[in-house]
Structure formats: C-alpha cells, structure tokens
Design a protein around this ligand. Structure first.
Ligand code: PAF
Length: 271
C-alpha cells in the first residue's frame, strides 16, 4: 500500500487510473469501513482510502479532541485488505486554498442532524468538495448509516463531479448496534444498552405502521420511555421519506431516523 501525504504525489500515483474507487474516512476503522472498501475492490481496479479527521465538521471542540484515532491500527487493517493507496493529508495540505464562497445549506435541509449540529454539514460538504476535487475517482463509497450526509453530498455534487457516489448498507454488530467509530467511546454497559435500543426500534418501525397505525402520540411516548429506561437523551426520532428526507407520508419508502446521547457519546442510526 502506498501512503500519500500530498496532492502532488497523489496526482502522480493515480494518474491514468480510470477505474478508481474512493472510500473517504476519518479513521477509527471498523467493519462498516471494511465493507465499503470491499465494495470498492469488487467494482474498481484500484482503491484509495483517505483518513483525515476534519476539524471543520465538528461543532464541538471536545468532540473533535475525543474522536477515536488509532492510525497504526488503521494502517494495518488497510494493508491486510490490500488497499492500493492511503491518502493521509495534513490540515494545511487540504485547506491551503481558501474558498471564495461559503458553503451554505438550504433552509429545507436544516433538519435532523443539520438542525442539532449547526455547521456540521457545511464542514462535511466543504471537505468532500476538496477531496472530490483532489481525488478523481470513478466511484465513491459511503455508508447509509450517515444517511443525511450521503443525501446532502449526492445532492450537492452530482452535477459538479464525474464521480458517482454509491450508498452502501449499514453494517450492524451482532447485537444490532450500527457500526460507528464512536462505538469505540462506549463503555461495555452502554454498548449493550445501545444494542437493545437498536433492536427495539427495528421492531418499532414495523409495528408503527401496522399495529400502531402511525399514531404520533405513540411515537412521543416511545421517546420518553426510551429516555427513562436507558438514561439517554434523544435529539430526534422521526419517520422520513428516503428520497427527499421530508417527514414520511408512509406512501413512499421511509425510514426511522434517530440521534441520541448516551453518556455524552452521540449516536445516530436509521432503521
Ligand atoms: O463520514 C465520515 O467519516 C466523514 O464525515 C467524511 C465523509 C469522511 C468527511 O470528513
């Protein structure tokens, strides 16, 4: 595996590769990332992974500081998977070019995580704009666990870059907890609790439509019950359409979107 730290070397390394797959990450690699990499390796001749903990997408300094980092472990995982290139830039390499116009979200997109994490997606869109501009991949593989991220990135860049962004299914632990780098921050007890919450909501989604007849009062009651039982703070638990992320009318495909804090660790999921 070639480890590349600057744009000049990157251009040399990937020059002429016309079927390049790209998996952007912030490190803290887990089986979810591994599945994205395997998808890329199946579809593309060569695969590049980036690891860059992007400070501009953290709306909280402490969250940035605490974000799980274990570069040696990540590099070993990537080598074992026989990834071709790892792009490992420093802050200045990425941000040396200032942007003329600030990235802004549309009013309609100020929902779910965008509402609760002000500035987060502006930071994500900024870094993805820079990465897609640097790495001219044919395909980019991203997880559906971060569904709103995937939705906004697709919308923003589908006409700007030739890279096709491919959403890949969420990978879950055996206890049904969605894989996330933030799971490294959970105690054993909270890891267990988070699994129970995921299991409960997978079933709840099914019952809400059929047995509870989409009764909103039941949704609000469930939020209170989960908060009391598991000592968590739920930011949102909302049914939304998959296609446009509008509140679900249950005629189109929908999912149940969740964000909550469990002992200061923020987890998100969709079922
Ligand atoms: O999902 C992530 O790991 C990050 O938000 C991403 C897409 C790599 C941008 O920093």
């Amino acid at each position: 595996m070639e480890i590349i730290k600057n744009i000049l070397d990157l251009n040399k390394a990937v020059n002429g590769i016309n079927n390049l797959g790209f998996v952007p990450t912030m490190g803290g690699l887990h089986d979810g990332h591994i599945s994205l990499i395997k998808n890329s390796q199946k579809k593309c001749k060569k695969t590049i992974v980036s690891i860059f903990v992007n400070p501009t997408q953290f709306n909280n300094k402490d969250d940035f500081k605490k974000y799980p980092r274990n570069l040696n472990r990540d590099i070993n995982i990537l080598k074992k998977l026989e990834v071709n290139f790892l792009f490992l830039p420093k802050f200045d390499e990425i941000y040396k070019k200032k942007r003329n116009k600030k990235i802004k979200l549309n009013k309609n997109d100020n929902i779910l995580c965008a509402f609760y994490r002000k500035g987060h997606f502006e930071g994500v869109l900024d870094i993805m704009d820079r990465l897609l501009n640097i790495i001219k991949a044919k395909y980019v593989f991203m997880g559906e666990k971060d569904y709103q991220q995937l939705f906004l990135i697709k919308k923003k860049f589908k006409n700007k870059y030739n890279s096709k962004i491919i959403g890949c299914p969420t990978i879950r632990e055996r206890n049904k907890l969605a894989l996330s780098s933030r799971n490294f921050l959970l105690s054993k007890k909270n890891y267990f609790k988070a699994g129970l919450i995921a299991k409960y909501l997978l079933k709840f989604k099914y019952l809400y439509k059929r047995k509870y007849k989409r009764n909103h009062i039941i949704l609000n009651k469930t939020i209170k019950e989960l908060e009391n039982k598991y000592k968590i703070k739920i930011e949102y638990l909302e049914f939304r359409n998959l296609k446009d992320l509008k509140l679900a009318d249950f005629k189109k495909k929908f999912r149940l979107f969740l964000a909550y804090y469990i002992n200061n660790v923020r987890l998100i999921d969709n079922f």
